[in-house]
Design a protein. Structure first.
Length: 556
């Protein structure tokens, strides 16, 4: 029975891991009450309650002295923004962002590899990010902003924030100004959109936000969601679209909309919240994702203006940085049903690393801490297994004696447990309590950006990647590239085999065969897992072996 305990735990973990990876709930689908038909979107915009956001008219003008000549009408102009955190290319066509490279993150562990590029769409696919005023009265308005106050902006670590201003006046007399404010020490970019009505008629329109991205091809991440998200009514919604030309529409208070991948986030945060906002998400046949935020329409009477403020965030999906930036963007770091356990563990891991400065060693310390906290439970579990082991000879005789009478066998077994005061579930229940912690660590060590390109020691230079030693070109079954010898994973499998040898042998031969295969099954499961996760499992196994050895050597 005590061997059944380990079998149940091992198989439960395998089933739960597989279910979590391949059959997880569709969290991104909004409740039916929040959905409307895709073909009614334009009608919703036109019928949406009109809000009047007007202030006395002051003709917009470029506040800073222009450093560059005004580009000729019809020509796109690109402006480079260089800060300690990123290097970006802004365009006056939109205005939009043509490139956004993060200086603290590279594509590979090679120090000379390119910076991470957050703009994943080509120019011919449309604009990566657009925030502006859609004039429904004159939809043919140009989007080329001919007045730009800077040719380039460079910020040093001690620089003050600087503004980039785009200004345009349409032939109908609608003046639009975009003011981007950049800071040297943060990824947040402040944006103000001002629209002034210099026509003789009331204009009607909407401040619309749009974000496009081309998700990476191939198999999706095991550990984190890649796609469009929004914070709808203070709740994170992962908007999953599986079919080309499919569109989903959500209604409510849109706190922000974003595109996220394994480690990075591009988000638009409207400062003026409304309970009647609309979020549209669509997938083109080419695989291009687009998310749009449509607030209620605005009426601007002659000689008045309307304004809308935003915060743009383009940077790492790191919990600490997102918390500092505010705007509830920290909710983008979500570990599913394990979130309530995972985030305290992540904070603990970060705390250790502040002093150790090595996330591999920090994982070891975190594993030891968890083992100490669960020591009484695991001690009780292993002790119960030891007691069950003493009963194995008697249980084997009972099975032989009542092999054709299961009812009588169960009665005799229960009597045996009662006589020797052994709880057959005593080894199982303490282990079940720990399963949520195992899964929380599985999510953290598989998806947190802190481990991305974080070195440990020797050949392990990236705790977020599978460990490989002696890289070679030929393929190995079940192994994802790069191909090499997974030393850490093999050590983990060996530690599981030692654990199995120290565990009482089950009386049922079929169970014994299954238990013999468990280390092999887990080794294949972990062969493509991040080395940080494998390291945790290896250290946990070693500590468990030591605890089991101590209990086996004890006289009682």
């Amino acid at each position: 029975m005590d061997k059944k305990v380990m079998l149940a735990i091992g198989l439960s973990l395998a089933v739960l891991v597989g279910w979590s990876l391949f059959f997880g709930p569709e969290k991104g689908q909004a409740p039916k009450g929040n959905e409307i038909a895709a073909n009614s979107t334009s009608e919703e915009i036109s019928k949406a309650p009109e809000s009047r956001v007007m202030t006395p008219f002051t003709p917009p003008h470029v506040t800073a002295k222009p450093e560059s000549r005004i580009p000729q009408a019809g020509y796109e102009k690109e402006i480079e923004i260089d800060t300690p955190l990123y290097r970006a290319i802004f365009s006056n066509a939109g205005p939009t962002i043509r490139s956004f490279k993060l200086k603290k993150y590279r594509e590979t562990t090679d120090p000379d590899s390119p910076f991470i590029e957050l703009v994943s769409v080509e120019k011919n696919m449309g604009d990566f990010l657009i925030v502006g005023f859609n004039n429904l009265s004159t939809p043919e308005d140009t989007t080329l902003f001919c007045e730009v106050n800077h040719e380039s902006i460079q910020l040093g670590p001690e620089s003050s924030p600087r503004d980039l201003v785009f200004h345009s006046i349409t032939p109908q007399g609608v003046s639009v100004r975009h003011t981007f404010r950049f800071h040297p020490d943060r990824y947040n970019i402040e944006l103000a959109v001002d629209v002034a009505n210099q026509t003789g008629e009331t204009i009607r329109g909407s401040f619309i936000s749009s974000l496009k991205a081309m998700p990476p091809q191939g198999k999706k991440s095991y550990y984190s969601y890649v796609g469009l998200v929004c914070l709808l009514n203070d709740k994170l919604e992962e908007v999953k679209i599986k079919k080309a030309s499919e569109e989903k529409v959500l209604k409510g208070t849109i706190n922000w909309l974003a595109y996220e991948d394994d480690y990075f986030l591009s988000a638009i945060v409207p400062e003026q919240k409304t309970s009647k906002g609309i979020f549209e998400a669509s997938l083109s046949p080419s695989g291009l994702l687009e998310g749009r935020y449509l607030p209620p329409t605005v009426l601007i009477t002659p000689s008045n203006q309307a304004s809308s403020d935003y915060t743009l965030y383009l940077g790492p999906r790191e919990l600490g940085i997102l918390k500092e930036g505010g705007k509830q963007l920290a909710k983008a770091v979500n570990f599913g049903w394990t979130d309530i356990i995972a985030k305290p563990l992540l904070y603990t891991l970060r705390f250790f690393n502040q002093y150790i400065n090595n996330y591999g060693v920090s994982i070891i310390f975190l594993t030891i801490l968890i083992k100490i906290l669960f020591w009484p439970l695991t001690h009780k579990s292993y002790k119960s297994m030891k007691e069950m082991q003493k009963l194995q000879p008697r249980m084997a005789k009972l099975r032989e004696k009542y092999k054709n009478n299961k009812e009588q066998l169960n009665k005799e077994m229960m009597g045996l447990y009662k006589t020797y005061k052994v709880n057959p579930m005593g080894g199982c229940l303490p282990m079940i309590i720990q399963i949520p912690v195992f899964f929380a660590l599985f999510r953290i060590l598989g998806s947190c950006i802190e481990l991305r390109h974080a070195p440990f020691m020797l050949w392990i230079t990236d705790l977020a990647a599978p460990d490989r030693l002696f890289i070679f070109s030929f393929k190995i079954p079940f192994m994802a590239p790069p191909y090499g010898i997974p030393i850490l994973t093999l050590l983990m499998g060996a530690s599981m085999f030692i654990q199995q040898k120290m565990t009482p042998t089950p009386g049922d031969p079929s169970q014994a065969k299954i238990m013999m295969f468990l280390p092999v099954i887990f080794t294949f499961m972990f062969i493509n897992f991040p080395s940080g996760l494998v390291l945790y499992w290896l250290v946990n196994n070693i500590l468990s072996i030591g605890q089991q050895y101590r209990i086996h050597r004890s006289p009682n």
